[in-house]
Design a protein around this ligand. Structure first.
Ligand code: ASP
Length: 476
């Protein structure tokens, strides 16, 4: 890392510049001939009526509109409401934002590079981590401790969320008639038993191509474990091989990390530009809900987890927070614990001083199963929807939410907006209307940034606490 100008400062500056850039150049839309032709090419797929086509044709010009204006105009001229799919296609082709498109490629490349290294990094780190842990007794103890920590902090997060949402009651007084049935997203249903049965992959290569992290980790744990059971000769060869592979992956990681400020600039500027147009109305309508989520997340991150750090590991929370800055800012900007994983590992090992043996085992697992921020978010969102619909949930009904939110956070993938998908499971389990998802949809993307940072923060605290309990000497 450049000592003169530390990475987290570079990232922070990139973040601020990106926000300013996105606000300065919000997304606008323009139907020129080119955009019209592209829309026309998909007219059958999205079932545009003749009337709708005429409406679109009638606004062909160089004039630019905001998202709302263009949709309203087409709907008004054709006298029909556009469906979600139609809106999506029209907006995709008519997006006109040259200043943002000049820089958004940086974000795309960065995100691709991060995603590219996730699987090899997990594979190498878990296999080498477990092979190095050695004896089976060690592994069992470490696994048990890790799972215990994950369960404890996620449950604490959910209870914190419930506490805040019950006190603030952001859902009371929300006008649920604002929900149009057309706004209800189509969300696939996942059952919990499916999620858990799917951990065992039928075909490990399929798990790789479908990014099924839990399956990959499952296989890697087995592979690493049985490396310790083969003849000394094979064990040495394989352990060395995977240690060497892991070293290479970390070198690639450090190389990619150098570009983080540019990547974050591209990613965040684009997100801000997308949201800039409707930010104020969003905040007005869902401000209290968003505030509740952010308050509860902050309480968990800045009070509860530091207490765990202080009392379970005698670690200075501030020093650890400082060590994790770059990883946390990346989690915030990418909304993906998976994408941030490489930086999390780098920071936990190099800045906090945790051994590769511990970080290689706990962090990939944590990125996938330990999501405090998501667990908290699920609980607050479900209660918010219940409040908006006028349901008064008693204690046992809230207990259902605690358990399902915990499972949902374990089952959620480490990718943007995974938490939103899981809410459907909780709503179903708690007998709440699925249509409520439309209520929280508008601010989900923004809240995702906050909850992902908390997810990564909790993973990193876990790695330090477990390393300390194994007698490691740390830098924090
Ligand atoms: N984006 C979150 C993560 O990757 C998951 C979620 O959507 O809550 O950690």
């Amino acid at each position: 890392m450049n000592k003169k100008f530390a990475l987290h400062w570079q990232i922070l500056i990139a973040l601020i510049l990106a926000i300013l850039y996105g606000i300065a150049f919000p997304d606008v839309y323009k139907i020129n001939l080119d955009a019209y032709k592209k829309i026309l090419s998909e007219k059958d797929k999205i079932r545009l009526s003749d009337q709708q086509l005429i409406a679109i044709e009638s606004i062909i010009s160089e004039k630019t509109y905001s998202e709302k204006e263009i949709i309203a105009k087409i709907s008004a001229i054709s006298d029909t409401e556009l469906t979600e799919q139609q809106k999506e296609v029209i907006l995709k082709y008519s997006l006109y934002n040259p200043p943002v498109s000049y820089i958004s490629w940086m974000g795309i490349i960065f995100l691709k590079a991060l995603k590219m290294i996730i699987i090899p990094l997990i594979l190498m780190s878990v296999i080498s981590g477990i092979a190095n842990i050695g004896s089976a007794g060690n592994l069992g103890r470490l696994g048990l401790k890790t799972m215990l920590y994950y369960l404890m902090t996620s449950t604490a997060a959910i209870l914190t969320g419930l506490f805040f949402v019950n006190i603030i009651k952001p859902g009371n007084g929300i006008n649920k008639n604002l929900i149009k049935t057309s706004d209800i997203p189509r969300i696939e249903h996942h059952s919990f038993s499916d999620t858990f049965l799917n951990i065992i992959p039928e075909n490990i290569f399929e798990a790789f191509t479908q990014n099924r992290m839990l399956s990959i980790i499952f296989f890697a744990v087995l592979f690493g474990f049985f490396i310790t059971k083969v003849s000394t000769k094979s064990r040495t060869i394989l352990t060395d091989l995977f240690n060497a592979g892991f070293e290479v992956m970390m070198k690639i990681t450090v190389f990619i990390i150098k570009f983080t400020p540019f990547g974050i600039f591209g990613l965040v500027a684009k997100t801000v530009a997308e949201q800039a147009g409707n930010l104020s109305s969003l905040m007005h309508m869902l401000g209290l809900y968003a505030l509740t989520v952010i308050l509860a997340l902050s309480f968990h991150a800045f009070v509860i987890l530091p207490l765990f750090l202080k009392f379970m590991a005698k670690v200075n929370p501030f020093a650890h927070l400082k060590a994790m800055q770059a990883a946390l800012l990346t989690a915030f900007s990418t909304s993906s614990s998976g994408a941030a994983l490489s930086l999390t590992m780098e920071s936990v090992e190099n800045n906090a001083g945790v051994s590769n043996k511990i970080s290689g085992f706990t962090l990939p697992l944590g990125a996938t199963v330990n999501m405090d921020g998501t667990a908290l978010y699920e609980a607050v969102a479900a209660l918010f929807i219940a409040q908006a619909y006028g349901y008064d949930l008693n204690l046992s009904e809230q207990a259902v939410i605690v358990i399902t939110a915990l499972l949902a956070s374990i089952g959620a993938a480490a990718v943007p907006m995974a938490g939103l998908v899981m809410i459907s499971v909780i709503l179903t389990a708690a007998d709440l209307p699925l249509a409520g998802i439309a209520l929280i949809l508008p601010v989900d993307r923004i809240l995702d940034m906050f909850r992902t940072s908390v997810n990564v923060w909790s993973d990193s605290c876990g790695a330090v606490i477990i390393a300390k309990s194994e007698g490691e000497k740390l830098k924090v």
